[in-house]
Design a protein around this ligand. Structure first.
Ligand code: FMN
Length: 214
């Protein structure tokens, strides 16, 4: 599956099959986690075969089912770019997971944070997690803003337009898409608007946008 197909096919999936992720796929995901950590300075983790984190009322209210694997997004709490970086590198893991035949859902609220499988050292903060596994379904598309809702520029190159289309297909908290896309220091940049989790969302959308230029 190409990265474009992964971008187009990915949807939030909350109910999973009760089946472990194949070992070679777990290893490929761990490799990517390490690569992301080396590049970003984050402390991303992949936890497998743990049903405890999503064994709570909030997860059931949120329609999560059979979540046994998840990425944990952690980094230095003093890093001013922490949320954005977690969004950016977390989405890199999401799209790889999609390419490997898995499904995902970003999760900020519906899980237990005091879980011994999540490793946090002094000075680190848990930003959120991403559920991953074999979905019961492939999910469905979200309602989306239009290009002119998020970008005020008049003359867009084909590649820049494609980047915005990719960004608009990205997951965002509450599907809010609260960002604008503009040129900053000569580069197409997703700038968050004020609001809850908007910096994470902007990092996610930036990763999608950048795929148009790869
Ligand atoms: C940062 C972030 C946090 C999210 N938190 C939750 C959550 O706590 N619970 C939940 O059910 N979905 C959560 N979502 C999933 C969004 O609701 C979902 O991505 C959005 O509605 C768009 O749908 P799509 O992912 O299918 O395109 C979150 C998404 C993002 C990006």
């Amino acid at each position: 599956m190409t990265i474009e197909e992964a971008i187009k096919n990915r949807h939030a999936v909350r109910a999973y099959k009760d089946a472990p992720i194949a070992q070679d796929i777990v290893e490929r995901l761990r490799e990517e986690v390490t690569a992301c950590n080396n590049e970003s300075g984050l402390h991303l983790q992949l936890v497998t075969n743990d049903k405890e984190a999503f064994n709570c009322l909030m997860a059931r209210y949120g329609n999560f089912k059979n979540v046994a694997n998840y990425f944990v997004l952690v980094g230095h709490k003093n890093d001013p770019q922490l949320d954005r970086k977690c969004g950016y590198y977390g989405e890199r893991l999401v799209l790889l997971a999609q390419q490997l035949g898995l499904n995902t859902c970003w999760v900020t609220t519906s899980f237990k944070k005091n879980n011994e499988r999540m490793q946090l050292t002094d000075g680190e903060k848990l930003v959120c997690v991403i559920a991953v596994g074999y979905g019961e379904t492939q999910g469905k598309g979200h309602k989306t803003k239009s290009i002119s809702d998020v970008c005020a520029m008049e003359h867009l190159s084909d590649t820049f337009r494609k980047g915005i289309e990719y960004a608009l297909l990205a997951p965002s908290s509450f599907n809010q898409q609260r960002y604008k896309i503009e040129i900053v220091d000569g580069k197409g940049t997703v700038t968050p608007k004020w609001g809850l989790y908007t910096k994470i969302d902007a990092g996610i959308a930036q990763y999608h946008f950048d795929q148009a230029f790869v």
